[in-house]
Design a protein around this ligand. Structure first.
Ligand code: 9MR
Length: 364
């Protein structure tokens, strides 16, 4: 259904199954017994993790923990309800050659998730990064490029129809000023109309999947989130099947907390969209191990994000990006920063994990 108001998370009795829109179509998530007096436990927000390291072509030295590290797979099972392939559904992995798709890495994760009753988010169909050389070689006519995208969206979404409940269809398509991102190879050539096409093709391939716009630096109310709000409103007015807005949540101790997060989520919810925190992590500058002060401040940020999501009925999931710290993308991208996930390098929970659990009403 287009632009529908999601019903929120159905609240049933303690210990029975709760329904998470979009993420629950083939699986339900067993609820922990909520404390009757705790408002945070009035509904369950799906807590997901990205799955790192398997099938990622860039960064050749990278570990492949999903394949090689049983402790990592156990961490996923012990702590998370759902999974997002971190790199395995990006073009460079899933569509490395024009006439060949490689679904092996994504299939392995989706099968693992299904085996364990974990819903899967799909990431990402239209993005400016991690595109294979053949795609960005600029040797196609506009019509050919459009056909290539249609084939990709149709094939990838179609393969997982009924199995991947949410897709980040358009990822990071606006810059920080709120303008169309010129590095996006499809938008650069075909204009913003291609975004609507991508949503329509994805919807045709899996009418039940919830289709998201997704970006970073959109946690707070500001020029970029304003532009997304306007874009979402326009797309919905045109009947484009946008169903959700994903706020990535790559936060850092050294920057102010986005204190308008809840209000920002709510205004997208008011359009009828589902909300998700899609890539949460909280990095910090390090000189050795994190200090207790840093760990406490980090825990506070995780807690505040969870509280903001819980405060908005249409916010149904929080995905942590790349837990544990050993497998986080952060140190490779921000020199001198790290410790961004709620689990230290060997998978031991940090104060941030307890704070997140408390905020979500999963522990007292
Ligand atoms: O975590 C991903 C990392 O392994 C990749 O090397 C990187 C390449 O661009 O992408 C990372 O994930 C990104 C996500 O797909 C989109 N939002 C920003 C994330 C962090 O860069």
């Amino acid at each position: 259904m287009i632009g529908r108001r999601h019903p929120g998370v159905a609240v049933l009795l303690a210990g029975v199954l709760l329904v998470v829109p979009g993420l629950d179509r083939r699986t339900t998530v067993t609820a922990a017994t909520p404390a009757a007096t705790d408002p945070a436990s009035a509904r369950r927000v799906t807590l997901g993790s990205s799955v790192v390291g398997f099938g990622h072509l860039l960064g050749s030295g990278r570990a492949q923990p999903f394949v090689t590290d049983p402790a990592y797979r156990q961490l996923l099972l012990d702590h998370f309800d759902g999974l997002t392939p971190e790199n395995q559904l990006k073009w460079e992995v899933v569509h490395p050659v024009q006439d060949r798709y490689d679904f092996g890495p994504a299939d392995a994760i989706v099968a693992f998730a299904e085996e364990h009753g974990m819903p899967v988010r799909g990431h990402a169909l239209l993005w400016h990064n991690q595109n294979p050389a053949w795609l960005v070689a600029d040797r196609y006519t506009d019509d050919e490029l459009r056909d290539i995208l249609r084939d990709h969206v149709t094939t990838v979404v179609g393969r997982y129809a009924g199995r991947i409940g949410q897709w980040d269809v358009a990822n990071e398509i606006l810059d920080d000023a709120g303008n169309a991102r010129s590095e996006n190879p499809f938008i650069a050539r075909l204009g913003m109309g291609i975004v609507a096409d991508a949503f329509r093709w994805a919807h045709a391939a899996d009418p039940d999947a919830t289709l998201f716009l997704n970006d970073y630096n959109v946690e707070a109310i500001g020029p970029k989130s304003d532009a997304y709000l306007a874009l979402a409103r326009d797309l919905l007015a045109e009947g484009v099947p946008v169903g959700g807005f994903g706020v990535q949540g790559h936060l850092a101790l050294q920057y102010p907390f986005p204190s308008t997060l809840e209000a920002n989520l709510q205004r997208f919810a008011d359009l009828g969209l589902e909300l998700a925190i899609t890539e949460l992590d909280v990095r910090m500058r390090l000189a050795g191990d994190p200090t207790d002060t840093q760990l406490t401040a980090q825990a506070d940020i995780y807690r505040r994000v969870a509280e903001a999501c819980l405060a908005v009925d249409a916010c149904t999931s929080i995905t942590l990006w790349g837990s544990p710290d050993a497998y986080s993308w952060v140190p490779g991208f921000f020199a001198g920063e790290g410790a961004a996930t709620p689990f230290d390098a060997d998978g031991t929970p940090k104060p941030a994990w307890d704070a997140l659990q408390e905020a979500l009403g999963r522990i007292e």
